[in-house]
Design a protein around this ligand. Structure first.
Ligand code: RP5
Length: 162
Protein backbone atom coordinates (compact mmCIF):
# COMPACT_ATOMS: atom_id res chain seq x y z
CA UNK A 1 0.00 0.00 0.00
CA UNK A 2 1.29 3.47 -0.89
CA UNK A 3 0.32 6.27 1.48
CA UNK A 4 0.91 8.96 -1.14
CA UNK A 5 0.01 8.86 -4.83
CA UNK A 6 1.82 11.32 -7.09
CA UNK A 7 0.35 11.86 -10.53
CA UNK A 8 1.80 14.14 -13.19
CA UNK A 9 0.08 15.10 -16.40
CA UNK A 10 3.01 14.27 -18.68
CA UNK A 11 6.40 12.60 -18.63
CA UNK A 12 7.70 16.08 -19.59
CA UNK A 13 6.81 17.26 -16.05
CA UNK A 14 9.13 14.74 -14.40
CA UNK A 15 12.21 16.91 -13.85
CA UNK A 16 10.14 19.56 -12.06
CA UNK A 17 8.17 17.06 -9.97
CA UNK A 18 10.89 14.63 -8.92
CA UNK A 19 12.03 16.67 -5.86
CA UNK A 20 8.69 15.63 -4.36
CA UNK A 21 9.84 12.03 -4.49
CA UNK A 22 13.19 12.91 -2.91
CA UNK A 23 11.47 14.43 0.14
CA UNK A 24 9.07 11.51 0.54
CA UNK A 25 11.99 9.08 0.33
CA UNK A 26 13.97 11.04 2.93
CA UNK A 27 11.05 10.62 5.34
CA UNK A 28 10.50 6.93 4.54
CA UNK A 29 7.00 7.48 3.13
CA UNK A 30 5.61 4.89 0.67
CA UNK A 31 4.50 6.36 -2.63
CA UNK A 32 3.34 5.61 -6.15
CA UNK A 33 4.67 7.95 -8.85
CA UNK A 34 3.17 7.78 -12.31
CA UNK A 35 1.85 9.72 -15.31
CA UNK A 36 -1.83 10.26 -15.97
CA UNK A 37 -3.54 13.11 -17.76
CA UNK A 38 -6.91 14.67 -16.96
CA UNK A 39 -7.45 15.25 -20.66
CA UNK A 40 -5.50 12.60 -22.55
CA UNK A 41 -6.25 9.67 -20.24
CA UNK A 42 -9.31 10.56 -18.15
CA UNK A 43 -10.31 6.91 -17.68
CA UNK A 44 -6.81 5.96 -16.45
CA UNK A 45 -6.88 8.88 -14.01
CA UNK A 46 -10.25 7.81 -12.65
CA UNK A 47 -9.16 4.18 -12.31
CA UNK A 48 -5.91 5.13 -10.58
CA UNK A 49 -7.73 7.23 -7.99
CA UNK A 50 -10.32 4.53 -7.38
CA UNK A 51 -7.80 1.68 -7.15
CA UNK A 52 -5.18 3.47 -5.05
CA UNK A 53 -7.79 4.79 -2.65
CA UNK A 54 -9.20 1.27 -2.29
CA UNK A 55 -5.65 0.05 -1.51
CA UNK A 56 -5.30 2.67 1.23
CA UNK A 57 -3.85 5.84 -0.30
CA UNK A 58 -4.17 8.73 2.15
CA UNK A 59 -3.03 11.75 0.12
CA UNK A 60 -2.92 12.53 -3.60
CA UNK A 61 -0.38 14.91 -5.14
CA UNK A 62 -1.07 16.07 -8.69
CA UNK A 63 1.26 18.06 -10.93
CA UNK A 64 0.28 19.50 -14.29
CA UNK A 65 0.94 22.39 -16.59
CA UNK A 66 -1.06 24.59 -19.00
CA UNK A 67 -4.82 24.02 -18.39
CA UNK A 68 -3.88 22.08 -15.27
CA UNK A 69 -7.06 20.20 -14.45
CA UNK A 70 -5.46 17.03 -13.09
CA UNK A 71 -5.65 17.95 -9.40
CA UNK A 72 -9.23 19.11 -9.84
CA UNK A 73 -10.20 15.95 -11.69
CA UNK A 74 -8.70 13.87 -8.87
CA UNK A 75 -10.41 16.01 -6.20
CA UNK A 76 -13.70 15.33 -7.97
CA UNK A 77 -13.20 11.61 -7.40
CA UNK A 78 -11.83 11.37 -3.87
CA UNK A 79 -12.42 13.06 -0.53
CA UNK A 80 -8.83 12.31 0.50
CA UNK A 81 -6.64 15.45 0.63
CA UNK A 82 -5.41 16.54 -2.81
CA UNK A 83 -2.32 18.72 -3.19
CA UNK A 84 -1.74 20.46 -6.52
CA UNK A 85 1.61 21.44 -8.02
CA UNK A 86 1.28 23.90 -10.91
CA UNK A 87 3.95 23.30 -13.55
CA UNK A 88 5.36 26.06 -15.76
CA UNK A 89 6.10 25.63 -19.43
CA UNK A 90 3.11 27.02 -21.30
CA UNK A 91 3.19 30.44 -22.95
CA UNK A 92 1.74 31.99 -19.76
CA UNK A 93 4.80 30.87 -17.76
CA UNK A 94 2.83 28.84 -15.24
CA UNK A 95 0.17 31.42 -14.39
CA UNK A 96 -2.24 29.32 -16.46
CA UNK A 97 -1.43 26.22 -14.38
CA UNK A 98 -1.49 28.14 -11.09
CA UNK A 99 -4.96 29.56 -11.69
CA UNK A 100 -6.29 26.28 -13.08
CA UNK A 101 -5.07 24.42 -10.00
CA UNK A 102 -5.94 26.86 -7.24
CA UNK A 103 -9.37 28.09 -8.27
CA UNK A 104 -11.57 25.18 -7.20
CA UNK A 105 -15.29 25.37 -6.42
CA UNK A 106 -16.31 25.16 -2.73
CA UNK A 107 -16.37 21.61 -1.40
CA UNK A 108 -13.59 20.33 -3.69
CA UNK A 109 -10.38 21.94 -2.41
CA UNK A 110 -6.96 21.48 -3.93
CA UNK A 111 -4.17 22.58 -1.56
CA UNK A 112 -2.09 24.41 -4.12
CA UNK A 113 1.64 24.84 -3.56
CA UNK A 114 4.20 26.90 -5.48
CA UNK A 115 5.22 26.27 -9.06
CA UNK A 116 7.69 23.61 -10.12
CA UNK A 117 10.49 22.25 -7.92
CA UNK A 118 9.81 24.45 -4.87
CA UNK A 119 6.17 23.44 -4.96
CA UNK A 120 7.07 19.80 -5.51
CA UNK A 121 9.17 19.81 -2.34
CA UNK A 122 6.46 21.50 -0.30
CA UNK A 123 3.80 19.16 -1.67
CA UNK A 124 5.76 16.31 -0.12
CA UNK A 125 6.25 18.17 3.18
CA UNK A 126 2.55 18.97 3.33
CA UNK A 127 1.59 15.37 2.56
CA UNK A 128 3.97 14.26 5.31
CA UNK A 129 2.40 16.69 7.78
CA UNK A 130 -1.07 15.38 6.91
CA UNK A 131 0.05 11.79 7.47
CA UNK A 132 1.88 12.77 10.68
CA UNK A 133 -1.38 13.84 12.35
CA UNK A 134 -1.94 10.13 12.99
CA UNK A 135 1.70 8.98 12.96
CA UNK A 136 3.86 10.11 15.89
CA UNK A 137 7.02 8.55 14.44
CA UNK A 138 6.62 10.51 11.22
CA UNK A 139 5.89 13.65 13.24
CA UNK A 140 9.21 13.11 15.00
CA UNK A 141 11.03 12.84 11.65
CA UNK A 142 9.49 16.11 10.47
CA UNK A 143 10.49 17.86 13.70
CA UNK A 144 14.03 16.48 13.36
CA UNK A 145 14.26 17.66 9.75
CA UNK A 146 13.13 21.15 10.79
CA UNK A 147 15.70 21.20 13.59
CA UNK A 148 18.39 20.41 10.99
CA UNK A 149 17.12 23.21 8.70
CA UNK A 150 17.25 25.65 11.63
CA UNK A 151 20.78 24.56 12.52
CA UNK A 152 21.90 24.93 8.89
CA UNK A 153 20.55 28.50 8.71
CA UNK A 154 22.17 29.41 12.02
CA UNK A 155 25.51 27.95 10.92
CA UNK A 156 25.35 29.85 7.62
CA UNK A 157 24.54 33.05 9.53
CA UNK A 158 27.49 32.56 11.86
CA UNK A 159 29.88 31.87 8.96
CA UNK A 160 28.77 35.00 7.06
CA UNK A 161 29.11 37.26 10.10
CA UNK A 162 32.68 36.12 10.78
C1 RP5 B 1 0.00 19.16 -19.26
O1 RP5 B 1 0.42 19.70 -20.45
C2 RP5 B 1 1.18 18.41 -18.72
O2 RP5 B 1 1.10 18.32 -17.32
C3 RP5 B 1 2.35 19.22 -19.19
O3 RP5 B 1 2.78 20.13 -18.19
C4 RP5 B 1 1.79 19.99 -20.38
C5 RP5 B 1 2.45 19.63 -21.67
O4 RP5 B 1 2.43 18.24 -21.86
P1 RP5 B 1 3.28 17.54 -23.02
O5 RP5 B 1 2.73 18.08 -24.30
O6 RP5 B 1 4.73 17.92 -22.80
O7 RP5 B 1 3.06 16.06 -22.85
O8 RP5 B 1 -1.09 18.32 -19.41
Amino acid sequence: MAHVVILMGSKSDEEKVSPCVDVLKSLGIDYVFTVSSAHRTPERTEALVRDEEAKGARVFICAAGMAAHLAGAVAARTSRPVIGIPVSGGSLAGMDALFSTVQMPPGFPVATVALDKAGARNAAWLAAQILAVADPALHGKIEAARAKMRADVEKAGEEISK
